[in-house]
Design a protein around this ligand. Structure first.
Ligand SMILES: [Zn+2]
Length: 279
């Protein structure tokens, strides 16, 4: 049995929740990096920093439930503020206050990491067109998130615009300026540009869409695999399902061998997040 880790998955009690984890396990999955959902998808309205606490506690509680259940999957929580929150919050409280709230949210995420309730922080910048002022604020927030991760000695996951070589290089520059080791910076939803990521130092979580993992493996094994499953009952099929990473992995073992997947699913996440992947 080989370890199979999904580097970025969300679960929602209004969606499939633990059932999705059972599907993942039945397909051969063993570990998930469980990322907090954007506050508004949980119906929570952020008006003060502490409002992020229940958002994060929900992720922690779902992870705990999985870890205590008889499903043989281990969940590691990652907490953070979704970059699109700047749009949602600015509409309600203005951009300056939105930035303050998001910064405070990241500080709370860091506190949970320091208390060993989570393994990493999530931040980033919008994946859609925004004004220069929102873009600048988002870059400040993302850089601050990296600094918080550096201080906590943890990894940071980034949600950003589509990453080409220029974007990857830009993220690496911001990481270096923030003082975090680029190897602790994970570009979530990454394309299979393994050589570019290797050169820039930041780590890709490659979206396991059609053909992507084959392309990645042709360039190397310095990557993780993910679905970004969102578990949204109103958008079924909007993203890759929870079985995708184990299915793709087991399909590709025949062609690429098992050893490379020990690297992808165990050694890489262990090194990036400082966790232990045991099967
Ligand atoms: Zn996500």
């Amino acid at each position: 049995m080989i370890p199979i880790t999904d580097n970025h998955i969300h679960l929602d009690r209004k969606g499939k929740g633990i059932l999705a984890v059972k599907e993942f396990a039945r397909a051969g999955g063993t570990h998930i990096i469980l990322v907090s959902k954007p506050s508004w998808t949980l119906g929570m309205e952020i008006t003060k920093p502490e409002d992020y606490e229940p958002v994060f506690e929900e992720t922690i509680s779902i992870a705990r439930e999985i870890n205590l259940s008889d499903v043989s999957v281990t969940a590691f929580p990652v907490l953070g503020v979704h970059p699109a929150e700047i749009t949602v919050l600015s509409d309600r409280v203005g951009q300056t206050r939105a930035e303050e709230l998001m910064i405070s949210g990241l500080e709370i995420a860091q506190r949970f990491v320091c208390e060993n309730e989570a393994i990493a922080i999530k931040t980033g910048r919008p994946h859609y067109e925004v004004s220069q002022s929102v873009w600048d604020a988002s870059n400040r927030i993302m850089a601050y998130g990296m600094t918080l991760a550096r201080d906590a000695g943890c990894a940071v996951q980034l949600h950003t615009e589509t990453a080409d070589a220029a974007v990857i290089a830009d993220l690496a520059v911001i990481a270096k300026r923030s003082g975090i080791s680029p190897g602790k910076v994970v570009k979530h939803y990454a394309p299979p540009l393994i050589h570019v990521f290797e050169r820039e130092g930041i780590f890709p979580g490659v979206l396991a869409g059609k053909g992507a993992i084959e392309s990645a493996l042709i360039e190397g094994s310095r990557f993780m695999m993910e679905t970004d499953y969102i578990d949204d009952p109103e958008r079924p099929g909007a993203v890759l399902g929870p079985k995708t990473v184990p299915r793709r992995t087991l399909q590709l073992v025949d062609r690429f061998g098992e050893e490379v997947f020990w690297k992808v699913h165990k050694e890489n996440p262990e090194q990036v997040y400082g966790i232990e992947i045991v099967v």
